[in-house]
Design a protein. Structure first.
Ligand SMILES: NC(=O)c1ccc[n+]([C@@H]2O[C@H](COP(=O)([O-])OP(=O)(O)OC[C@H]3O[C@@H](n4cnc5c(N)ncnc54)[C@H](O)[C@@H]3O)[C@@H](O)[C@H]2O)c1
Ligand SMILES: [Zn+2]
Ligand SMILES: [Zn+2]
Length: 314
């Protein structure tokens, strides 16, 4: 095991929904926090890690022996325990984690390192899609998860189309992420716009990052023939699709769960190269002692939270 002194805690939808009591399968009491950066205090059996070093960690603790783990897919371990979800997480000054989960900070700041986990979710979804340069990739949902998907799709060479209902989030994609095409899902001519943007083909990759059942069901219609559809977003209902429409496209439907070390390293590598500047996602920042007063306000859509970051002072 390793002991971390936590310095940054990123807040995500899971934390907000858990606080509201609307996150499925959550058991209480639970200490939240899975987007973390800190200093390594002590590590047992962590080769190459030194006390005092800046680290993050992969908060999906896996069994190492199930069928998924044996296949290298520890991100979807049959007995997965996610810190801050299934077991207590890092909204605390010190946290002990399995040494195998540690990730070197690579010279990045605490803020950057606390953003690695949510970005790795997007990196994993993009890797699942197997994007070829020049492909039209439609990303639906421009929340923090969708933003990461868009960044890594762009880095993979895709022509990214961002879709959302929220104009200010679409504007953020255009201005801060350099996404060339944005489409409001409420527009009456969505199909036409997609057809025009893609030269008549429709997107060969569609990635859902809304977790909204209506959006997920509607998006089957956006798939090009031969396309892949990756569900990064998650919801509780049953998906509905037209079998003949899906069949004639020979489409592929995939889910994308969590991320692996390879994704974490890809994210860190892209940050080090300056290919992404995700600290622009941080819209709200508080000290640890202010969390209790501030947390509820981040649930209010009017506050325009993209990413709230908690700082633990020295
Ligand atoms: N794959 C994983 O392991 C993993 C990890 C973390 C989060 N998630 C999931 O990713 C999803 C996104 O997370 P987030 O934190 O970015 O959420 P978010 O709520 O901040 O963002 C979702 C975005 O989708 C947009 N949206 C909602 N309905 C829409 C519709 N019908 N058409 C177009 N856009 C629509 C919203 O306006 C919003 O901007 C959630 O479902 C979350 O559970 C998955
Ligand atoms: Zn998260
Ligand atoms: Zn396992």
């Amino acid at each position: 095991m390793a002991i971390l002194r936590i310095r940054r805690i990123g807040i995500c939808g899971t934390d907000l929904h858990a606080f509201e009591g609307t996150q499925p399968y959550f058991q209480y009491p639970r200490i939240l926090g899975h987007e973390l950066a800190g200093e390594l205090v002590e590590a047992d059996g962590a080769d190459g890690f030194e006390p005092g070093e800046t680290v993050t960690f992969i908060p999906y603790f896996n069994c190492g022996t199930c069928v998924a783990c044996r296949a290298g897919k520890s991100n979807c371990c049959a007995r997965l325990e996610v810190a801050g979800v299934h077991i207590d997480g890092g909204m605390t000054e010190y946290l002990s984690v399995p040494s195998y989960s540690l990730v070197h900070g690579g010279g990045l700041s605490f803020d950057e390192l606390a953003l690695v986990e949510p970005l790795a979710i997007g990196a994993h979804g993009v890797r699942r899609a197997g994007i070829q340069p020049g492909e039209f990739v439609l990303v639906i949902g421009a929340g923090p998860i969708g933003l990461g998907v868009m960044e890594f799709a762009r880095i993979a060479g895709a022509e990214v189309i961002a879709m959302d209902l929220n104009e200010s989030r679409l504007a953020f994609c255009a201005e801060n992420l350099g996404i060339p095409h944005t489409v409001n899902a409420r527009a009456s001519d969505v199909m036409e716009r997609l057809r025009t943007l893609t030269g008549g083909d429709m997107p060969t990759v569609v990635i859902d990052a809304t977790g909204n059942l209506t959006a997920i069901n509607n998006s089957f219609a956006y798939l090009a023939h031969g396309a892949r559809y990756v569900l990064v977003g998650l919801q509780k209902g049953d998906i509905r699709l037209s079998h003949p429409e899906f069949h004639k496209r020979e489409a592929t439907l995939m889910s994308s769960r969590n991320a692996t070390r390879q994704d974490f390293e890809h994210v860190i590598g892209c940050m080090k190269q300056g290919l992404i500047r995700p600290t622009t996602y941080i819209t709200h920042r508080v000290l640890f002692g202010e969390v209790k007063e501030q947390f509820r306000s981040w649930l209010d859509p009017a506050r325009g939270v993209i990413k709230a970051m908690i700082e633990i002072d020295t």
